[in-house]
Design a protein around this ligand. Structure first.
Ligand code: ADE
Length: 244
């Protein structure tokens, strides 16, 4: 996968993209990552990238000529995903990350200030993504979150086969608890089902813990999760217990 980022603060990407899994993805040739400085596409002598909004009001707006030139310098194909990070975009979820992980090239545009001139959307953007219902000072952190969520799904990156399929959200549920050695820590043990050595029992315990945690913390997710009759019976039991 190739990811090109357009930013006014390109050095913000250095630390994250040079460590751990993101570096591994680049080192293994799974990810070709480049960040480009939007300011290099400003043509006046002050290298101006923003201007005040028509109609007044506070804040500055990224200029359409500079930003569209920056996007066009990357020569996106007609089917390239050109994504603006903004609080007005569709929400980044696991399903969106899976969808984007199937693209061969992403262009990510990081806004700053009050926003970007609407004509950039009209002319050069194919998708707009938000990482949550809050406002950041710019799109850089949002782009890094998106990149991390997408790149970890690229085939061949994560060691354990199928690890991504067991993630929280991959099957529409939150993950249940995990344990490792020692068997007792500060008076707290490990659930017997996990040390039983019976795979079917371990699977059943994990499924139920995932259902319980989702029911407790994010019941909104249950409506869209693929639930079996046994799952539903277990959730009915939880409801009954809770009602006393
Ligand atoms: N830029 C500012 N806030 C953002 C958000 N919540 N998601 C994506 N980009 C942003």
């Amino acid at each position: 996968m190739k990811i090109d980022v357009l930013s006014l603060f390109p050095t913000m990407f250095d630390a994250i993209m040079s460590e751990s899994m993101m570096w591994k993805a680049r080192d293994r040739g799974l990810l070709d990552f480049q960040v480009h400085d939007i300011r290099e596409h400003a043509e006046d002598k002050h290298r101006k990238v923003d201007d005040s909004p028509y109609g007044g009001g506070g804040g500055m707006i990224l200029k359409p000529d500079v930003l569209v030139r920056a996007i066009e310098s990357l020569k996106p194909e007609t089917d390239t995903a050109v994504i603006l990070l903004s609080p007005q975009g569709r929400l980044l979820t696991h399903d969106v990350a899976v969808e984007l992980s199937r693209e061969s090239k992403l262009v990510l545009i990081c806004g700053r200030y009050e926003g970007v001139d609407e004509r950039v959307r009209d002319l050069a953007v194919t998708d707009e993504i938000s990482i949550g219902d809050y406002v950041l000072t710019g799109g850089e952190l949002a782009a890094l979150v998106l990149i991390d969520a997408v790149v970890r799904l690229l085939p061949g990156l994560l060691g354990a086969e199928g690890a991504q399929q067991r993630d929280s959200h991959a099957d529409g549920l939150l993950e249940g608890p995990h344990y490792t050695r020692p068997p007792e820590f500060r008076g707290l043990g490990v659930p017997e089902a996990l040390t039983s050595g019976h795979h079917a029992e371990v699977d059943r315990w994990r499924r139920r813990q995932a259902l319980k945690r989702t029911w407790q913390r994010r019941p909104d997710l249950l409506a869209r999760a693929g639930l079996s009759a046994a799952d539903r019976a277990f959730l009915d039991d939880l409801e009954r217990e809770a009602r006393g």
